[in-house]
Design a protein around this ligand. Structure first.
Ligand SMILES: CCC/C=C/C(=O)SCCNC(=O)CCNC(=O)[C@H](O)C(C)(C)COP(=O)([O-])OP(=O)([O-])OC[C@H]1O[C@@H](n2cnc3c(N)ncnc32)[C@H](O)[C@@H]1OP(=O)([O-])[O-]
Ligand SMILES: NC(=O)C1=CN([C@@H]2O[C@H](COP(=O)(O)OP(=O)(O)OC[C@H]3O[C@@H](n4cnc5c(N)ncnc54)[C@H](OP(=O)(O)O)[C@@H]3O)[C@@H](O)[C@H]2O)C=CC1
Length: 289
């Protein structure tokens, strides 16, 4: 792996196999590159096979190993089959990055039952199904590490009521699974990204672009986060450095929930150079410069 520059030791994940859901874009794509650059074989799961195939080709072009398993994480039989297919292909599953997720922005009063359930199944049920399949089919007998990606929506977030409810559920699932599966040497943690300049931000409608650009003013560190900064937190939790950490949720948010609107903000440092993360995607919503 020549061009991806990781902060971690080369070969840290040699011989290991990690599933990354939502591996075809954004944070998932960046995490897949990070793990592959450290020696892991990466199983890419997501709905769109073309996106997965593009990332597989990127990783293999860098000398890594990856394979694609298209599915909708909300469909139990498809999840069971995909995890079985990963085991058939790679023979083991050491880690799971439960990253697939997302939502449409809408006030609570504009969300009908179908929309609510689409988002809850995406951000809660689907993650549970993938984690349970990995546990039953492999990790219960061999141990492993699971990282669930949630979102920094503490104390509620307007327009994200369905997603926030599902993420809160995922945090609680993380805590219960950490307890129930500890006896099988399975660690379960969560990472809660704040406002991250991921390619996923380009899914939001045009009228939200100014809001997204202005979010940095409400982050004490003075900027949006980068996909690579979330990937690094995930990698830490998967690694032996986190061997005694389970059941926790690690915030990656520039201290956003600590922002006090009536208190003068410390001046943030300039954003890091995008060039430092050659494979991170800069969303067009941020514009140039
Ligand atoms: C700090 C936090 C910041 C977070 C940032 C990120 O997460 S960045 C990451 C960003 N990345 C992502 O978000 C990626 C993943 N997100 C997705 O794939 C979709 O947002 C999904 C979760 C809805 C699932 O998709 P799907 O194909 O399963 O769903 P579908 O399209 O078929 O809709 C199902 C139903 O939902 C309803 N409904 C939908 N839109 C609206 C609306 N605007 N208004 C009202 N309602 C709406 C409607 O009922 C619809 O049914 P209908 O009326 O059509 O019969
Ligand atoms: N960017 C941000 O500021 C924040 C992001 N997050 C969360 O981080 C995660 C990654 O988001 P990000 O990279 O920014 O955005 P993306 O939209 O790029 O990533 C979401 C990924 O999830 C996959 N996905 C969505 N639904 C399903 C499904 N039902 N089955 C399988 N795969 C699915 C998508 O693949 P496909 O298109 O192929 O279905 C896509 O690759 C998400 O859970 C997001 O909500 C949390 C907080 C903040």
């Amino acid at each position: 792996m020549s061009s991806y520059r990781s902060a971690f030791r080369p070969g840290l994940f040699d011989g290991q196999v990690v599933i990354v859901t939502g591996g075809g874009s954004g944070i998932g794509r960046c995490t897949a590159h990070e793990l592959a650059s450290l020696g892991a074989k990466v199983a890419l799961l997501g709905r769109n096979p073309d996106k997965l195939e593009t990332v597989r080709a990127e990783i293999e072009g860098e000398g890594g190993e990856a394979a694609c398993f298209p599915l909708d994480i909300r469909e139990e039989p498809a999840v069971e089959a995909a995890v079985a297919a990963v085991l058939a292909r790679f023979g083991r599953i050491d880690g799971l990055v439960n990253n697939a997720g997302g939502q449409f922005p809408a006030p609570l009063a504009a969300i009908n039952q179908k929309g609510w359930e689409a988002v809850v199944r995406t951000n809660l049920t689907g993650g549970f199904l993938v984690a349970r399949a990995c546990f039953i089919q492999w990790m219960a007998d061999h141990g492993g590490s699971i990282v669930n990606i949630v979102a920094d929506m503490w104390n509620g977030m307007p327009g994200m009521g369905h997603s926030g409810a599902a993420r809160a559920g995922m945090v609680n699932f993380t805590e219960t699974a950490a307890f129930e599966w500890a006896g099988c040497a399975v660690r379960v943690n969560a990472v809660a990204p704040g406002w991250i300049a991921s390619s996923g931000m380009d899914r939001y409608p045009p009228h939200m672009r100014d809001i997204i650009r202005g979010l940095a003013e409400h982050v004490p560190l003075g900027r949006l986060g980068l996909e690579a900064e979330v990937a690094a937190a995930i990698t830490f939790l998967l690694s032996p450095a986190a061997a005694f950490i389970s059941g926790t949720t690690l915030r990656v948010d520039g201290a956003a929930p600590n922002f006090k609107p009536h208190w003068p903000a410390a001046k943030g440092k300039p954003a890091p150079e995008w060039d430092a993360f050659p494979l991170a995607s800069k969303p067009s919503v941020l514009g140039e410069g």
